[in-house]
Design a protein around this ligand. Structure first.
Ligand SMILES: Cc1cc2nc3c(=O)[nH]c(=O)nc-3n(C[C@H](O)[C@H](O)[C@H](O)COP(=O)(O)OP(=O)(O)OC[C@H]3O[C@@H](n4cnc5c(N)ncnc54)[C@H](O)[C@@H]3O)c2cc1C
Length: 277
């Protein structure tokens, strides 16, 4: 497979990581199985020991209307989708103007803003394991059970791009820090907010080295100044421990941590241990 050396301190939105090879998936016949698929790394914290990495080739960067449905390639950036929809007066994708990512990452994460989620208008996806209708996929809040690289997806087409919605999403973004981050660090637990819990245990604005839980929005782990993976992991584990000790709630990472020491069933990020000491 063709490989591209990628500097994750530049490529990832949180600006952390070394230079690692990323294989490019052109055809599903390639041996991709033991690789981890990345999109544009807006939701990824890259460690020092990443798994083998894979990205979807640029031939899957497209958006078109075909047989009265919207067909979008997995490598298509959210900004391109939002612009296409605006230009063609298409409804329901306004939220993508303020949500960074590629279509593959957006679908895998069921990304969205409040009740506006990418799955709302999804019809089907095509992956390296074949095509699946939305009804065949298990999905929920920032979760899907998709197990294979997504190549493209189709969406229901309705017309009427909304400037009001665009303004509403812009407003929703105003409380978010502009400092580099990977979006929300933790998923909101049922009936609560990760940001509230982080603040309640005294970690809002707490800084270790160059990393900090933002004083503007506590659930954003921000890279204030040359932050490192170790500092980010320390803060993630500190928040998990303090929130668990105080509230009995284990905060689940929304950020994907790409380091073999923190991945899989035995990841320490998954275990509610009372204390690290
Ligand atoms: C400032 C900021 C604000 C954000 N706000 C929000 C928000 O409001 N709501 C929200 O939902 N998210 C938010 N995010 C997170 C991010 O925008 C989404 O998770 C987005 O879907 C990531 O897309 P990506 O292409 O960058 O995926 P990556 O970050 O590269 O990958 C994310 C996940 O998707 C998987 N993936 C990527 N491509 C594929 C593919 N082709 N096939 C299969 N799996 C794939 C990866 O394996 C990984 O598990 C925010 C991020 C930032 C930086």
């Amino acid at each position: 497979m063709r490989k591209v050396a990628t500097d994750f301190s530049k490529y990832s939105s949180i600006k952390i990581g070394g230079i690692f090879d990323v294989s490019v998936l052109e055809e599903c016949a390639q041996a991709y199985q033991n690789h981890y698929v990345i999109g544009s790394c807006n939701n990824i914290l890259m460690g020092q020991q990443p798994p083998l990495l894979l990205k979807i080739s640029k031939k899957h960067d497209f958006i078109k209307i075909e047989n009265e449905v919207l067909k979008i390639g997995a490598a298509t950036p959210s900004g391109k989708i939002a612009s296409f929809c605006k230009k063609n007066n298409i409804a329901n994708f306004e939220f993508l103007s303020h949500l960074p990512g590629t279509l593959g990452g957006l679908v895998f994460m069921n990304a969205g803003l409040k009740e506006y989620e990418i799955f709302n208008n999804l019809i089907s996806i095509t992956t390296c394991d074949g095509a699946f209708l939305k009804e065949e996929i298990v999905y929920g809040y920032r979760y899907t059970d998709i197990k294979s690289p997504i190549l493209e997806a189709t969406f229901a087409l309705s017309y009427g791009f909304s400037k009001e919605k665009l303004d509403m999403f812009k407003k929703m973004r105003q409380n978010q820090p502009k400092t580099p981050s990977a979006g929300s660090c933790f998923k909101n637990p049922k009936g609560d907010f990760a940001g509230r819990l982080i603040e309640a245990v005294g970690l809002k604005g707490h800084r270790v080295g160059g990393m900090e839980f933002s004083s503007q929005h506590a659930n954003f782990l921000v890279n204030v100044e040359n932050g490192t993976f170790d500092e980010a992991i320390y803060l993630i584990q500190e928040a998990q421990k303090r929130v668990y000790d105080t509230f009995g709630i284990w905060l689940e990472c929304e950020i994907a941590v790409l380091d073999v020491r923190y991945m899989g069933e035995n990841s320490p990020l998954l275990t509610p241990t009372k204390s690290r000491n």
